[in-house]
Every structure is written in structure tokens, then in C-alpha cells.
Design a protein around this ligand. Structure first.
Ligand code: ADP
Length: 333
């Protein structure tokens, strides 16, 4: 597909430059031809009274031959130039169209990967849901309490699927949130994020220690809240019951550094380079079926940070805990 688009684009480059080059060549040739012709006529008119003089006649024939020779040379010259332009634009056009199409090719490949990853992730819970329903439908002895149990498990699968589709939707929509950027107090953003995960923290009796500060950020409010929810949600998910999660902010080089510190299960060193990849789940989280997730949170967070010209750093020690440091440009109210 891209090869044919590249060839088509090259063809357009060549056609356009050849039209321009042919136009200039023809104009140049016609102007030169007219000038030479005019010179010859001037000569003929001037020596018309001596037309029978053999010397003049010889001179006239010489001039005509000379003009023909010069015109032929010009034709060869213009032809060579056009040939060279053809070669250069064909090669240059092929190279340029490759460069022009490269980012588009990357985007299309990324989208294809995204769709195939997403379908793969959707297929697994859907298959389990389908098999569960089919098996239980075939069971003639299924009583009401068992049926309720099945429905409960189905509901949990459906909830997971809903979360997955919400995350996928978010990933595909982030690029459009740029138009809603305003200045916000980080205190408000972090406060709203903590409210959203309050029940999760309460369920595990995890205390969130937050020291509010008056730093301002420029961004999209919903996305910023979502960003912090992702980190808090993970900090809670990967912490043990009764643990603490701390939030600390500071300013350095006109940037806000926000540390989200947990004392949870930590991340293995071999997982660290990949945790921001889509659908990547660390070994520990995969092996613990009790920890929900599809490996999309951090990739969403990364995209939000890219949109906000931010960064994230991570430090982690297995079984000791993890610190994510979110870095955002400082704004002024
Ligand atoms: P999910 O949590 O749904 O698996 P994420 O993209 O949010 O997906 O995180 C990717 C992986 O990074 C997780 O599977 C987990 O292994 C690791 N991770 C993220 N945050 C933490 C944390 N605070 N503590 C331990 N591991 C974490």
C-alpha cells in the first residue's frame, strides 16, 4: 500500500517538475530561435542589393548553417537538462515521498497494532463469559443460588470489559483534549483525584498522606485528574492492606515534581522498561489474579503527560515499594 502511494507521489513530483521544465525549455528555445531568425533576416535585408555577389551568398549559406548548428546544440543541451531533471526529480521525489509518508506509515501501523492488541484483550474475557454462560445453560440441575453465583461472576466480567472499553476509548481520545487547557491549582486536581479513589483506599484501609501545595499547572482538568487517579489507583492496587501512600510536591527548575510513594509489592527490574507499554502487566500483577487490570493505565498516563509536556520517572524495589515522580511544567495564576 505504502509502496504504491510512494510511487504515485513520486510520479506526481516528476510530472509537475517536467511540466515546469518543459515550459521553460520551450520558452527558452522559442526566444532563442526568434532572435537568431531576426538576426538572419536583418543580415539578408542588409545584403539584399548584393544578393548575387557569390561572397555574400556564401556568407548567407554559412549563417543559415551556423544557425541550424547552434539550434541543434541548444536542442541537445535542453534535452540533456530535461533528462537530468527527470532523473533528479525521480530519485529525489522517491526519497522525499518516502520521508513524507514515513510518519503516516508509522501512525497507520500503530493503529493496526492498537486494534489487534485491543481485540486480543477483548476476546479473552468475552470467550470466558461465553463459555461460562454456555456451560451453565446446558446444566439441567442448576439451582437458583448457583445461577445467581454465575450471574455475579458474569457481572464482574462485564464490569471488567466496560473498564477495558473505557480505557481504550480514553486512549483514542486523548489527542483531542488539547482545546480545553486552562490553569488549575494542583491542590484541586490532586484533591479531586483522591476523592475518586477514596473508596478503594478505604476498602484496603490504606491512608493517603497528602500535603497540599499551591502550585499551578496548565492543562485539561479531566485529564489531569485522570492522570493522578491512575497513579493513586496503582499505588493502592499494588499495596498491602493497612499500608500508606504519600504524595509530595516540590519545585525544581520551574517544574513541579510530584512524588507518589507506596510501600507495596514493587516492580521487578526486568519489568521496569516496559510498564508504560500498552497492555503490559508486570509478572507480579499477572500472577496475582486478584489484582485487576489490563496494563493500560500507565500507557494512558504517559499519553496524558505527553499532551501536558510532562514526564514521569519511576523508582521501585520489589517488596519494598514504588515511587512515581510526575514532572509537569509550572504555571502561574
Ligand atoms: P495495570 O495496573 O492495569 O496492570 P498499568 O499500566 O497501570 O496496568 O501498570 C502496568 C504494570 O506496572 C502493572 O501491571 C504493574 O506490574 C506495574 N505497576 C504499576 N504501578 C505499580 C505500583 N505502584 N506498584 C507496583 N507495580 C506497579
Amino acid at each position: 500500500m505504502f509502496q504504491s502511494a510512494r510511487l504515485k507521489l513520486t510520479l506526481w513530483y516528476v510530472v509537475i517538475s517536467m511540466i515546469i521544465s518543459a515550459f521553460f525549455s520551450l520558452s527558452f528555445f522559442s526566444v532563442t530561435h526568434n532572435e537568431l531568425d531576426r538576426g538572419l533576416h536583418r543580415f539578408e535585408r542588409r545584403f539584399a542589393p548584393y544578393a548575387l555577389d557569390p561572397e555574400v551568398e556564401e556568407r548567407l549559406v554559412f549563417n543559415r548553417n551556423e544557425i541550424e548548428r547552434v539550434e541543434n546544440q541548444i536542442k541537445i543541451f535542453l534535452f540533456s537538462i530535461n533528462l537530468a531533471i527527470f532523473g533528479i526529480t525521480a530519485l529525489g521525489g522517491y526519497f522525499l515521498s518516502g520521508r513524507v509518508l514515513k510518519p503516516i506509515k508509522e501512525i497507520v501501523e500503530e493503529q493496526k497494532r492498537f486494534i489487534s492488541d485491543a481485540s486480543h484483550e477483548l476476546r479473552t474475557p468475552l470467550t470466558s463469559l461465553k463459555t461460562g454462560i454456555e456451560v451453565n445453560l446446558r446444566d439441567k440441575n442448576l439451582n437458583l443460588s448457583e445461577a445467581k453465583k454465575v450471574l455475579k461472576s458474569n457481572l464482574s466480567d462485564v464490569n471488567n470489559l466496560k473498564n477495558l472499553s473505557d480505557s481504550l476509548l480514553t486512549l483514542s481520545q486523548i489527542a483531542n483534549s488539547y482545546n480545553n487547557f486552562h490553569i488549575y491549582n494542583l491542590k484541586e486536581i490532586i484533591g479531586s483525584s483522591i476523592e475518586k479513589i477514596y473508596l478503594l483506599a478505604k476498602a484496603k484501609n490504606i491512608k493517603i498522606i497528602n500535603i497540599p501545595t499551591n502550585y499551578y499547572v496548565f492543562g485539561n482538568k479531566d485529564r489531569l485528574i485522570q492522570l493522578f487517579v491512575i497513579f493513586f489507583d496503582n499505588a493502592i492496587k499494588y499495596s498491602r492492606k493497612n499500608d500508606k501512600v504519600a504524595v509530595k510536591s516540590r519545585i525544581q527548575n520551574h517544574k513541579i515534581y510530584i512524588d507518589i510513594i507506596d510501600k507495596g509489592i514493587g516492580i521487578e527490574e526486568r519489568d521496569l522498561p516496559f510498564i508504560f507499554d500498552r497492555f503490559y502487566r508486570g509478572d507480579k500483577s499477572r500472577s496475582r489474579s486478584s489484582i485487576d487490570g489490563y496494563g493500560l493505565g500507565l500507557s494512558i498516563a504517559k499519553q496524558i503527560l505527553v499532551e501536558h509536556k510532562g514526564l514521569v520517572l519511576v523508582k521501585s524495589k520489589p517488596n519494598l515499594g514504588t515511587t512515581f515522580t510526575i514532572i509537569l511544567p509550572l504555571s502561574h495564576n
